[in-house]
Design a protein around this ligand. Structure first.
Ligand SMILES: Cc1cc2nc3c(=O)[nH]c(=O)nc-3n(C[C@H](O)[C@H](O)[C@H](O)COP(=O)(O)OP(=O)(O)OC[C@H]3O[C@@H](n4cnc5c(N)ncnc54)[C@H](O)[C@@H]3O)c2cc1C
Length: 424
């Protein structure tokens, strides 16, 4: 046996997906729909919480609709958003915001990640994916033309087992174990960032817009989300991690509540924390490539570096679709195992080029926001240019193709019982 190959109890599966977030659930689901036998493991038990701004952008909404998954997402009662307001601090309060609205009737959804992710995983289960929760991967081998890929699993009781697979899909998020185990982790160069997310309850501001409050050294995102009442919000604080994490934890909520005071639109009822905080970081997790041997990386595992423009779930879904297409189109009957590696190889370039525009946009926005004079100049300009603000917000929604379409709402803002409304 070659170095590092699994020994002991080994069993085999055609496709092994590690991670049951949106990327893993949708990769598994699409393959199962096409007749593949898929096993998916996740260390968590669902529903599980996830540090996130919880805004599914219009590109993500469109992809889920194409895949026939909107019914189960709407059953989680998401909030419907038509755009984002961008505000800068003024003297003791926030300045009037620049208002950006998605074009062509596109909508974003404020989703609760616990129920949203669980709904997608249930769809995967219904399609035939074998899902094992509470199972952690600790080691992985990428596989080659001659050898299958392999993962070492820690089962809920603590026993360890190796499992080999014809194809391994790493969908295990920002700090992907699969990525580092198969040698695809790159070196981070940007300043590290960290975040804290709370679920807050409060009434007042319109629930049809998210808000980005762009302070010096920190950004606050506020988005309406589904919940037991239509007064729930996601409040996420992102800071450049200059101080240590303990300081951030100590000061986090006071920074957040200071930001929420005087928010444009105001509160009728003071916001209060009902869950959290959930922490996350560092965001810049570069990836050398999204493919090696018999292993494909999808979602955050394939490279994600900043939550600022809220494109992560869209990217997770898009890479999942590309991975499922590559596997299904490229791999034929078991007899051609040695051509598998060749068939999987194009995925790396495919995923890189499909996500390139979004990545440039994200970097450009980040470049402006992180430089105080430039941030002030741009935001002040945008306040007087609502059309330009809307184009910018629309582009971050990953719907460049629908930019010139005539407005034709996908969902009205005063919708059916499945969608939360503010109770003004
Ligand atoms: C602060 C913040 C705000 C964000 N805001 C937004 C936003 O508003 N909109 C947006 O679209 N995106 C946002 N994102 C990004 C978004 O959350 C991610 O891009 C998205 O969750 C990626 O999905 P995924 O399936 O790749 O990974 P995840 O959703 O992270 O799922 C990975 C899964 O892998 C499992 N796992 C991890 N390690 C192992 C292991 N060793 N063994 C077994 N299982 C394992 C985990 O339990 C988890 O369930 C934000 C991110 C952050 C941090």
């Amino acid at each position: 046996m070659s170095r590092g190959a699994p020994s002991g109890a080994v069993s085999d599966t055609p496709v092994m997906v590690v991670g049951g977030g949106p990327a893993g659930a949708v990769t598994g689901l699409l393959l199962a729909r096409r007749g593949w036998e898929v096993e998916l493991v996740d260390r968590a038990r669902f529903p599980r919480s996830k540090a996130c701004g919880e805004c599914l952008n219009p590109g993500g909404v469109a992809l889920l609709a194409e895949l026939g998954l909107m019914e189960s997402v709407l059953a989680t009662s998401p909030a419907v958003m038509d755009g984002w307001d961008l505000a800068l601090p003024g003297k003791g309060s926030w300045r009037p915001p620049a208002r950006g609205r998605f074009r062509g009737g596109d909508r974003a959804l404020g989703v609760c990640r616990a129920t949203f992710d669980a709904a997608l995983l249930e769809e995967a289960r219904a399609a035939g994916v074998r899902i094992r929760e509470g199972v952690r991967v600790v080691k992985a081998r990428p596989g080659s033309a001659d050898e299958p890929a392999a993962v070492e699993l820690v089962l809920p009781g603590g026993d360890r087992r190796w499992r080999t697979a014809r194809v391994l899909v790493g969908a295990d998020g920002l700090n992907s174990r699969i990525r580092s185990e198969v040698g695809l982790a790159g070196a981070a160069t940007d300043p590290p960032k960290a975040s804290l997310t709370w679920r807050i309850q409060g009434a007042g501001p319109s629930r049809h817009q998210g808000r980005l409050l762009l302070g010096p050294g920190s950004t606050v995102g506020l988005a309406p989300v589904s919940g037991p009442e239509a007064t729930h919000w996601n409040a996420t604080l992102v800071v450049v991690e200059e101080a240590d994490r303990a300081d951030l934890l100590r000061q986090g909520w006071s920074m957040m509540s200071a930001a929420l005071q005087g928010i444009p639109g105001g509160w009728r009822r003071e916001p209060r924390v009902v869950a959290g905080p959930w922490g996350s970081g560092r965001f810049r997790r570069p990836t050398e490539a999204a493919w090696t041997g018999r292993t494909l990386l999808v979602g955050d595992a394939a490279g994600y570096f900043d939550p600022l423009t809220g494109q992560g779930i869209y990217r997770a879904l898009l890479s999942a679709r590309l991975a499922a297409d590559t596997i299904d189109r490229g791999l034929t009957g078991d007899t051609r195992r040695n051509s598998d590696v060749e068939a999987l190889a194009p995925y790396g370039a495919l995923v890189f080029s499909s996500l390139r525009t979004g990545r440039w946009l994200q970097r450009a926005v980040e470049g402006v926001v992180s430089r105080s004079p430039l941030r002030r100049l741009c935001l002040s300009g945008l306040r007087h240019l609502p059309r330009a603000t809307s184009w910018l917000i629309h582009l971050t929604g990953d719907r460049a193709g629908s930019l010139l379409r005539e407005p034709e709402p996908v969902w009205p803002l005063h919708p059916s019982r499945t969608i939360h409304e503010d109770h003004r």
